[in-house]
Design a protein. Structure first.
Length: 421
């Protein structure tokens, strides 16, 4: 009898302990408590400072969590070249294409509600995409072109995997950039003069770069998905993100357009002169987070902090749950982080539903574990989450172009050399 009671008490303690572990938020602990060498983490400090001292970047913030605990959260350099304001760990960065992962998760949350199936044609929900065509011949002189009918409709899965044939405005192929420019389709991150639905409906009437499913083409796919979220939820993308993702997770510093009280935390964007010296990027368009915007770019519009985005990644590493709030089921997270493009070429790695997925070949490059999921942003922000090593890692800078991109791969490599188990 006493043995039975004892076993019940032990079981209860284990259940309570497990529940507390699962529901606790990211807290700072010593690296050694999660089998990471503090001494070896110091090598990251030296590497980032060396890049700053060499004049290759102005500043950076690095963030590492293991087992749901923060073991590295440091800032280096300055957030503003002109004022020399020191960089802080809670400074806000334009995360650009890191927005795509959040939009993709929003889409999959609606998938879990039975709003659609992944292989549904997008035209079922956005009729302007019905009867797609593919570019055939193109005349550079007047941007005229001929088309052929697409072999099939674009599916929601095509959009999540960038295999639809939709290209990018601004950074896409030369011919498609010209077509988009003529149709006033922009790759803008934000605007107070555009509305998402208008631009996506116009995009739906334009030709595709290739047949749906034929190859991976990085494009405006996730902007289309952002509008899909609006159509299915009957909420603006901004409102959906805050109500269903940011507020439940406690992401208090992630916005399309910043409140005025946080303007002073936005890091300035830098570029390079002809001699590759870093200078502040003097373009008004880069200040889009500071306007009262109306355009919610599901592919590129958000600004955030390393801590906020770390929370988002930790939720996925926890199989859809964070701090007692479940956004996705375990099975859906497994679906999101599995290869969804088959044998299509994407360098060493593959692509899931919104994330690049590290393969065995990709693991051989720097040591990031097979099965890790990752991406980055136009202004130099990078992230990945490693289920095998239970890591969430981010490095944020604000610079484009970046003529010394090795800083990103060095950060990745130095995370793994610090593991001590």
């Amino acid at each position: 009898m006493r043995k039975t009671i004892y076993l019940q008490v032990v079981a209860l303690i284990l259940i309570i302990s497990y529940s507390c572990t699962q529901s606790s938020d990211l807290q700072i602990v010593s690296p050694s408590s999660v089998k990471v060498s503090a001494e070896r983490l110091g090598r990251i400090d030296k590497m980032l400072q060396q890049n700053i001292d060499s004049g290759w970047i102005a500043g950076a913030v690095g963030f590492i969590a293991r087992d749901g605990k923060i073991i590295y959260n440091k800032s280096f350099g300055v957030s503003d070249l002109e004022t020399k304001s020191p960089m802080h760990t809670d400074d806000i960065f334009r995360i650009a294409s890191q927005t795509k992962a959040i939009t993709s998760v929003a889409v999959m949350m609606l998938f879990e509600e039975g709003k659609f199936l992944l292989d549904d044609p997008i035209s079922k929900y956005i009729p302007e995409f019905a009867h797609p065509t593919v570019i055939d011949k193109f005349n550079e002189k007047d941007v005229s072109y001929s088309t052929i009918p697409a072999k099939r409709e674009i599916t929601i899965r095509d959009l999540l995997t960038h295999t639809s044939g939709i290209d990018y405005a601004g950074i896409g192929s030369k011919n498609m950039r010209s077509i988009y420019f003529k149709a006033d389709i922009s790759g803008k991150f934000g605007s107070d003069k555009m509305v998402l639905g208008d631009k996506i409906k116009a995009l739906g009437k334009l030709p595709l770069a290739h047949q749906p499913g034929e190859r991976f083409t990085y494009g405006l796919n996730v902007d289309v998905l952002g509008y899909l979220v609006e159509v299915l939820s009957k909420e603006s993308l901004d409102h959906y993100f805050h109500k269903h993702i940011f507020e439940p997770l406690g992401m208090t510093d992630t916005y399309f357009y910043l409140p005025s009280s946080k303007f002073n935390r936005l890091v300035k964007v830098n570029t390079e002169d002809k001699n590759h010296h870093i200078i502040e990027l003097a373009e008004d368009s880069i200040n889009y987070p500071l306007v009262k915007g109306t355009y919610y770019s599901g592919g590129a519009g958000l600004s955030s902090t390393v801590k906020d985005y770390g929370i988002f990644l930790q939720m996925l590493l926890n199989k859809g749950e964070y701090n007692g709030k479940r956004l996705l089921s375990r099975r859906t997270v497994e679906l999101i982080t599995s290869n969804q493009i088959g044998d299509l070429f994407l360098g060493r790695d593959k692509f899931g539903l919104g994330f690049e997925i590290t393969t065995a070949d990709g693991q051989a490059k720097l040591g990031i574990s097979e099965g890790s999921f990752s991406w980055g942003g136009y202004f130099g922000t990078i992230y990945w989450a490693d289920p095998k090593e239970r890591l969430v890692c981010l490095m944020f800078i604000q610079q484009n172009p970046l003529s010394h991109p090795a800083v990103q791969d060095k950060f990745r490599a130095l995370v793994y050399q610090a593991l001590d188990d």
